[in-house]
Every structure is written in C-alpha cells, then in structure tokens.
Design a binder for this molecule. Structure first.
Ligand SMILES: *Cc1c(COP(=O)(O)O)cnc(C)c1O
Length: 407
C-alpha cells in the first residue's frame, strides 16, 4: 500500500547526511568528552565543533548553547531556571494560552509553587496581541515565554515585537522555537530574545537531543545536579552521537530557508485550496498567511477527528489531530479552544504537516483519500443528514446557520 507521511509536525525523518555524520560516534569515536586522554579529546573536539556549528546557524556564540535531551528539557530548563534564579526579584510569569504542553505544564507546576502566571489570549487566528503583553507586564514580572511558531495551527507570533517590549522593560524573554527552526530564519544577533529552545528531531535530526540558547549574562538556575558538563548548567555525560546529529541537521536546515519555505508553502496552499474547494463545511484553522510553510490545520464539520485519523491511517495517510501528545485524550485541543472554536469544531480538526520529501502528487493523492473518508464518515452521521436535509430544503430549515463557512 502507498503510504504518505503528513505528520512532520510530530517528527521528521533523519536526513541521510545526518545519519552519516552520527555513525562514527556509535563506533570508533566513543570517548567521554570529559576524559583527558586522546579518546576523550577526540570526543571533546567533536562536541565543541558541534556547538560552534549550532551557534553559527543561529547567529549565537558557542558559549551560549547548552545541549539538552530535547525541546521539552530545553523549555523546562529555561522556565524553571529563570524562575529559580530570579524568584528573589519577582514571582510573576507571562506566557500564551496556546503554548506546547512542555511550556504550559511547566508554568502550571510553577503556579503551584507560589508563582503567579498570566496567560495571554490569542485572536481567532492564534495570534498574540503585543498590546496585551504591554498590559500584562508588571514590576514583579521576571519572564515572558511565547512560542515562535505553533505546533498545531502553525501560527507565527510577532516574536521580534514581543521580545523588544520585554527587552525595554528588562524582563527576560524565552521563545520555544522548536517548530520554527529550518522553516523561518532565526538570527539571534538581531532578535532580542534571551532564551530559545530547539529540538533536533523536528528539523531532520535525531530524537532525544535539543538545545537551549542562553544569551550571555542571562541568570539561569538548573534542573539537574551532577558533573561539570555544559558549564555545570546541564550535568551528565553528553549524548555525543545526538549532538553531532543535531549540529549537522541545523547546518543543513538553515541553508536557503526562503527558497525551501516558498516551495513548501506552495504545496501547503495547494493542499488547503483543494480541501476547502472539494469538501463542503471545512474551515482553515490558524492564520491564513502568518503560518508555518508546511502546516495545514482544518476543521471538517460533521466528522470526528480521531475517527477520520484512524480511517486515513488504514489507507496509508499519516496525519494528526491537534498535537500528537493530546491525541488519544478526549479533551479538545487547548489551542483551538483558545482560538474560540466550539467543542464540536475543535474535535473535527485534522492537522497535515508537510516535509521536504512531499510532492504535489502526495498532496493530490491525500486529498482524494481524505475526500473519500469524509464522505463515508458523514454517511454515518445523523448531524450531517440533518444538515443536508435543511440545506437541500432551505424553506423548511429551522436550524440557525452554521458558523463554519466554506471558503
Ligand atoms: C515537539 C515540540 C516540543 C517538544 O520537543 P521534544 O524534543 O519532543 O521534547 C516542544 N515544543 C514544541 C513547539 C514542539 O513542537
């Protein structure tokens, strides 16, 4: 059976050059970077070269990169680390309502430890209003964290403006850039963020490795205690194969971002256009323009998202509803709810995230399959039958008009 992977927001396949770069570090180069002998020095050299490559790709200095076990740890280290380091200065924290759970749940945990957390709302496209940030800032605010690109709906936040507001007030600004790296240019020489999280497996690198950018001079506590690795900020023997893979992946990811993003956005718009045109009662979630080049998120009325996903999987289409972490639960996506969707519409959401290997043929094939699945599922839906009846005989229809419009 033909299988098409449209879930690059959950994870990406490793780039062959990344795998190639990593292989020696599972074999002959096995030394501990902290050892002083030649085996250790060889490993240390690879570690520091990886740090330099990673820093270069971001416009950072090597000393500003801390390798972690992934995006979740980077988010935790940034948020818990600042909360700990600055708790004497203030106990007020600000984040947005649509963050990834790695951020949101960390703030939730801190709110149980005596910190006060303000959640910034978003508009119906999932966008934070910088004026809301200005109003939320207080004298005791110590950290603001707003993601660069949303993992469910792809909305890109005005990070430049938000971070500038914080810089002017002397408040630390963290951004979860896990979805952004490789999709939108990030230059930390110009962007006034203090902390930035990334994760290798979201940009064609290995799983279980990420990094936190910590701008020089930023005060930060730590999560773990142990050895002196990563300037004592993140002790534990380094995951050298993973770190080498991350460095290779980010080096490749930042080559010609505008070119790659334009090609992917064209595919994305082809997919969005086809879904909206060929299936009735479909709405696009997220921002129509300010969105990740590979992100499509639609709500398909009279269809239950999880049911659609299972049916698509049987036919070889790998997609997702909301985020991978919340699928399986019956809670509607907190992101879609924050955008003001009702429960039913939020439950009918389908996320399709494109990657560099996807083609126009993949997109057209997926649309055909989705069309078939939606038609079959709707045949079994009483709500849909009612809708059809009212739509076909408008004079007898009493139901108020749907808030979902087919564009
Ligand atoms: C995937 C993801 C994370 C978590 O990264 P892991 O490396 O899987 O722990 C955090 N934030 C966002 C926005 C993500 O998409």
């Amino acid at each position: 059976m033909k299988r098409i992977y449209l879930d690059h927001g959950a994870t990406t396949p490793m780039h062959p050059q990344v795998l190639e770069a990593m292989l020696p570090f599972f074999g002959q180069v096995f030394g501990n970077p902290s050892s002083i002998h030649s085996f250790g020095r060889e490993a240390r050299r690879a570690l520091e070269e990886s740090r330099e490559k990673t820093a270069l790709a971001l416009g950072a200095a090597p000393g500003e990169i801390i390798f972690t076990s992934g995006g979740t740890e980077a988010d935790n280290l940034a948020i818990q680390g600042v909360a700990e380091a600055l708790s004497g200065k203030g106990r007020h924290l600000i984040t947005s309502a649509i963050e990834h759970h790695a951020v949101l749940d960390t703030f939730k945990a801190l709110s149980k430890k005596g910190f006060e957390v303000t959640l910034l709302p978003v508009d119906r496209y999932g966008m934070v209003d910088p004026d809301d940030l200005v109003s939320a800032l207080r004298d005791d605010t110590i950290l603001v964290s707003v993601m660069m690109a949303n993992n469910e709906i792809g909305t890109l936040q005005p990070i430049e403006e938000l971070s500038r507001i914080c810089r002017e007030k002397g408040v630390y600004f963290h951004t979860d850039a896990v979805q952004a790296i490789g999709n939108i240019p990030v230059n930390l020489k110009e962007l006034p963020v203090d902390l930035l999280s990334l994760s290798a497996h979201k940009f064609y690198g290995p799983k279980g490795v990420g990094a936190l950018f910590v701008r020089r001079g930023t005060k930060l506590g730590k999560l773990f205690f142990g050895g002196g690795q990563e300037k004592k900020q993140r002790p534990g023997t380094e995951n050298l194969p993973g770190i080498v893979g991350l460095a290779k992946a980010i080096e490749l990811a930042v080559v010609d971002i505008p070119g790659k993003a334009a090609a992917m956005a064209a595919l994305r718009d082809r997919l969005i256009g086809s879904l909206l045109e060929q299936i009735e009662e479909v709405q696009l979630n997220g921002h129509p323009v300010q969105r990740l080049p590979g992100n499509v998120n639609v709500s398909i009325k009279y269809v239950e998202g999880e049911g659609l996903l299972l049916d698509l999987d049987l036919k070889g289409i790998a997609a997702s509803s909301g985020s991978a972490c919340t699928s399986g639960s019956l809670e509607p996506s907190h992101v879609l709810m924050a955008c003001g969707l009702d429960h039913q519409t939020a439950h009918g959401s389908l996320r399709l995230t494109l990657g560099h290997n996807n083609t126009a043929e993949d997109v057209d094939y997926a649309v055909e399959i989705i069309k078939g699945s939606v038609a079959r599922l709707r045949e079994m839906s009483l709500l849909y039958k009612n809708y059809r009846r009212k739509n076909d005989n408008p004079q007898t229809g009493e139901e108020e008009t749907s808030c979902i419009t087919k564009k």
